[in-house]
Write a protein that binds this ligand. Structure first.
Ligand SMILES: [Zn+2]
Length: 462
């Protein structure tokens, strides 16, 4: 083709030259690394925090053969110049929905559902290359710089970088307001999408995978959208990665600029991997998921003036002038009056008065209420030498068998450092659910009725 054009051009008379000059050969589209107000160090720190959130929420599965395979592909891609030298690592998530995502700085998660629905290794490599390109081109980081939640993010990033802040509620994530991992990744612009496709295609080709398989997999999934065959999570996947036009067309166009190459990097292990993934047990329920806000349904019996908080794992109501907050998505839930929680020097949060809800994961994975509770209390005591357990009794909360433990400890609250705490524990699939109700010693008799009202509003979904 090129040779022919050249011949025609040579045969043109001299006068036609300016016209011929106009027909410039097409240029390969430039792909830009985005500018962002986050430093590379902050970006890595942010990714690390988000990875911890992810792993509280999703089950990372360990299967040596599948992990080795995934890491092999990932590292082949990671060493290409298009990957921008981030410290990528790859983990397998037990989740049947279609997804794979990379966090700023390089942690990357691949759902088993994605591997199940791919036709071959090269298609999986295509999704990895696309997601890694969002990291390499700093799309998540750039997006955060523009986000409305910038204040919150800056606070969190600051805390991570060892800066001290004031009052946890200025830095905490207001429940439902959500600085989830989602806001680091979701809804890339179409411009970013195309750049991730092109950069990903180039990364694939350099690593020895056919770049057209990137387009092929996206096309396959797009064709299944809204049909009965549509895998779980597909709508969300495409909401996050909107099609910027015909991926295949512009990738084909881009390939014309690549050096000639045979694409033969596939390991030949894909059949084994799909088989291993198909035989994995259903995902475990994780505390981080249970602590994430759920869509609220109206509930009966909420005391007047109380506000309702519904998560995926429980519902609880609290006085209307208190605040519900988490310092990270999927983290401990705090229900506190003004000044009820303060930030520790170490960066943690100290409950002075109010309620705190979390899950404890017993070492041996014991679902037994007694065993798990005593293990939990021991772990609390190890972290707090001022703590004294007074007694533990059988109780009920949310209609479930529970244990209620009364303990005392000391806080940094100068006026009255003595603290009384009542802890309810319930054995749940995600771990040992625990609700701590606390107040300074001198305020306990005043606070107790309100704290007990909170406990009475607890409900579990099943
Ligand atoms: Zn994308």
């Amino acid at each position: 083709m090129h040779g022919r054009v050249l011949v025609i051009a040579l045969m043109l008379p001299l006068a036609a030259l300016p016209f011929a000059k106009k027909q410039k050969s097409p240029q390969q589209k430039e792909v830009k690394v985005q500018k962002t107000s986050l430093s590379r160090e902050q970006e890595l720190q942010l990714g690390k925090q988000a990875a911890a959130d992810v792993e509280r929420t999703l089950e990372v599965v360990h299967d040596p053969a599948v992990e080795a395979w995934l890491n092999h592909i990932g590292q082949q891609l990671a060493k290409q110049p298009q990957a921008n030298a981030y410290p990528y690592y790859f983990k397998l998530v037990n989740d049947e929905s279609i997804n794979a995502f990379a966090l700023p700085g390089g942690p990357m998660y691949v759902h088993t559902g994605l591997i199940r629905s791919a036709d071959d290794e090269s298609q999986v490599a295509g999704v990895l290359a696309h997601e890694m390109s969002h990291v390499a081109l700093r799309h998540g980081a750039a997006q955060m710089g523009k986000a409305q939640t910038w204040q919150t993010i800056a606070g969190l990033a600051g805390a991570a970088a060892g800066m001290t802040g004031s009052g946890i509620l200025t830095e905490a994530v207001q429940m439902g307001g959500g600085l989830g991992v989602g806001s680091l990744l979701s809804r890339f612009s179409r411009g970013y999408e195309q750049d991730a496709d092109l950069n990903g295609a180039r990364m694939m080709a350099s690593a020895g995978y056919n770049p057209l398989d990137l387009a092929g997999f996206f096309e396959k999934l797009e064709a299944q959208m809204g049909t009965a065959a549509s895998p779980k999570g597909l709508e969300k996947f495409f909401a996050d990665h909107p099609a910027p036009g015909r991926r295949r067309d512009y990738i084909e166009q881009d390939i014309t600029f690549y050096p000639k190459k045979t694409y033969n990097s596939a390991t030949g292990e894909f059949a084994m991997v799909q088989k291993a993934v198909a035989s994995m047990p259903p995902p475990k329920k994780k505390p981080g998921a249970a602590l994430s806000a759920a869509q609220s349904k109206p509930r009966e019996g909420i005391p007047q003036g109380f506000r309702d908080l519904q998560t995926k794992g429980f519902a609880v109501a609290y006085p209307g002038d208190w605040k519900a907050a988490q310092t990270k998505s999927g983290g401990t839930v705090y229900l506190v009056p003004e000044g009820g929680a303060v930030q520790r020097q170490s960066g943690g949060v100290e409950l002075i008065a109010g309620a705190m809800i979390d899950y404890y994961e017993p070492q041996g994975g014991s679902a037994n209420l007694q065993t798990a509770t005593s293990e939990y209390l021991q772990s609390l005591q190890q972290g707090d030498r001022n703590m004294h357990v007074e007694n533990t009794q059988n109780a009920q909360i949310g209609g479930r068998p529970a244990l209620v433990t009364r303990l005392t400890t000391r806080t940094s609250f100068q006026q009255d450092p003595g603290q009384v705490v009542t802890v309810y524990t319930v054995a749940r699939e995600e771990g040992l659910w625990n609700l701590a109700l606390a107040a300074p010693q001198s305020k306990w008799s005043e606070a107790e009725p309100v704290l007990q009202q909170i406990a009475k509003t607890v409900q579990f979904p099943d």
